[in-house]
Design a protein around this ligand. Sequence first.
Ligand code: NDP
Length: 233
Amino acid sequence: MTRSVLVTGGNRGIGLAVARAFAAQGDRVAVTHRGSAPAGLLGVKCDVTDADQVDAAFAGAEAAHGPVEVLVSNAGITDDALLLRMPPERFTRVLDTNLTGAYRVVRRAVPGMLRSRRGRIILVSSVSALSGATGQANYAASKAGMVGLARSLARELGSRGITVNVVAPGLVLTDMAGKLSAARRAEMLAAVPLGRHADPEDVAGPIRWLASDEARYITGAVLPVDGGAGMGH
Ligand code: NDP
């Protein structure tokens, strides 16, 4: 059975790999973007910091594909700085995009899922949520907040057939990782037992699986996809 899937930030990086993974199994996939849609996928324009744009994006996806049955909240940013060099706007902008952005899209998705009494919500967090990271107080706080968001919603929505889970990737080679210094990337790599960074497809597979019928009894989970870097969390 094919499903209506919406991936935020699905125009590049991990989100694009996720969107392609769902499309490859025949699902009807829409991706949000702020510029142009990737080839072969339905694009809906959306900045997740704006609730009206979120609403319009869902309306566009639903008009083409029906109510969203699988939501992957993936859009996110970094804006790294040590605490004393991080003024409030740099803290709140990251929180507003990563955490409140996830809240906005989930809130828009849930009524349709409640009506059909089924749904899959997957939030893309980070290994930094659980370990913290120097220079990432804003980012790590936002990603840790997603865990609390997901677990609360898992409790609220479980009896309605909706699961809410978190994926916590380690270092994935995308534009975002490209912003890290070579030294920081090498340091992170040294902490990965599998000895390599992830490709976006390494994250897409577990997300697709969490949305599958096989994962129907999993909710409120945080699935590390980090090559073992966060072992012990
Ligand atoms: P990229 O920087 O490659 O892509 C980020 C995506 O998020 C883009 O599609 C971007 O859209 C979108 N986005 C950013 N801000 C907004 C916004 N305000 N509204 C809508 N869309 C927005 O990053 P990744 O693919 O690496 O990251 C995807 C997710 O995975 C993020 O949540 C990130 O925190 C998380 N992650 C990444 C890791 C990594 O090592 N790369 C590790 C752990 C987690 P646009 O093209 O318009 O800018």
